[in-house]
Design a protein around this ligand. Structure first.
Ligand code: FAD
Length: 328
């Protein structure tokens, strides 16, 4: 196991865009690499991904492994997982962090199986256990009622997928330099029974929640599916996105992919407007990192009213139209 050195992160690129999760993983990875006194390395796989090398180096990567080939233009998980497994076999990283995005969840699991190592999926925090240099990955468990810290004692690399938004994005240091290692794509070896046919953009209209700077979220207090049309109007006026509490999702008023919280998504917008949401701990777990929280609630005693920077006591069906009027 002593032959395994350095901390790797997978820099996800999809449809020509570097995922912001790459910069978050660089922050998490830097802490691990510094504790271990090892290098921080990023892995770039795809087609025309070379331009992202500079970005990754300036944001903290010491070494970049690049596998760039036309056949990697579209993501197919067993092909990508084979590439990662071959990279791991050749260069032997000590720790390997991937994003717990839809792509990363699938890729990390397959790669771990090909490599024959352990994976802690969907972690929210990673640290190095100083005495033995093991990776300690913490994640919610038993439906979010407990936090478990998981370690993988017998195999290397220790792999972990990390929830988006669990770490701040690394800051750039323009002019920083690093080493680039090219890895050849082998069309005979990196194969799959699956074939890419077509890319169909998901039905989720508007702004991606993960990137939204303003979020207007609705809870049980919205009372009906049509209520989200009003919330969408406010979001549109502010250039933001709509989200929801689990109660609204469970009632079938809005799709699960909009759910914020422990069993939903974690967000860190500049402004979070919670409408008809009481602020239970499981909801707060997904949005308490917001810069400014505005709560609109009929009940001044609701927990969110205490957590909010601005607590507006009132009926959301009166307050939101008044806000829209004012914003005109
Ligand atoms: C293991 C586990 C995981 C969970 N994961 C999540 C999660 O990921 N995300 C999540 O959100 N929850 C989660 N929950 C559920 C969570 O505990 C709460 O039940 C849920 O967040 C409540 O949603 P709510 O605030 O919309 O509803 P309520 O708690 O019912 O609050 C509704 C609020 O609306 C107000 N209101 C009513 N009418 C109006 C109106 N017209 N105008 C203004 N205000 C009004 C009320 O005063 C009240 O404060 C989880 C629970 C468990 C046990």
């Amino acid at each position: 196991m002593n032959n395994f050195k350095n901390v790797w992160i997978f820099a996800q690129v999809q449809r020509g865009r570097l995922s912001p999760t790459a910069l978050e993983l660089l922050t998490a990875g830097r802490k691990l690499a510094d504790s271990l006194k090892e290098k921080l390395c990023a892995v770039l796989v795809g087609y025309h991904v070379e331009p992202f090398v500079k970005d990754l180096v300036e944001h903290g990567a010491d070494v970049i492994y690049v596998c760039d080939a036309p056949l990697l233009e579209n993501y197919v998980d067993d092909v990508y997982a084979r590439v990662l497994a071959d990279l791991v076999a050749q260069y032997k990283p000590n720790k390997f962090l991937l994003p717990a995005t839809n792509l990363g969840r699938s890729l990390s699991a397959k790669t771990a199986v090909f490599v024959g190592t352990g994976l802690t999926a969907d972690a929210t925090e990673v640290t190095i256990h100083e005495p033995d240099g093991q990776l300690y990955a913490t994640r919610p468990t038993f439906g979010g009622n407990l936090m478990a810290t998981i370690t993988c004692k017998r195999t290397r690399p220790e792999m972990c997928s990390l929830r988006p938004m669990s770490y701040e994005k690394a800051l750039a240091k323009p002019g920083r330099t690093g080493e680039v290692i090219h890895f050849a794509f082998d069309a005979k070896r990196h194969v799959s029974a699956a074939r890419f046919i077509e890319f169909i953009k998901s039905g989720a209209e508007g702004i991606d929640l993960a990137e939204a700077e303003i979020i207007v979220a609705g809870g049980r207090g919205v009372g009906k599916p049509e209520g989200f049309v009003l919330l969408q109007k406010l979001a549109d006026r502010l250039g933001g996105a709509v989200a929801a509490s689990r109660a609204a999702v469970d009632n079938g008023w809005i799709d699960y992919r909009y759910q914020i919280g422990l069993t939903g998504r974690t967000v860190k917008p500049k402004l979070y407007i919670a409408c008809g949401i009481s602020g239970q701990i499981q909801h707060m777990a997904g949005m308490s990192g917001s810069d400014v929280i505005v709560a609109i609630n009929k009940d001044p005693q609701a927990p969110i009213m205490k957590a909010a920077n601005f607590a507006v006591e009132g009926d959301l069906y009166e307050v939101i139209p008044a806000m829209l009027e004012e914003l005109k």
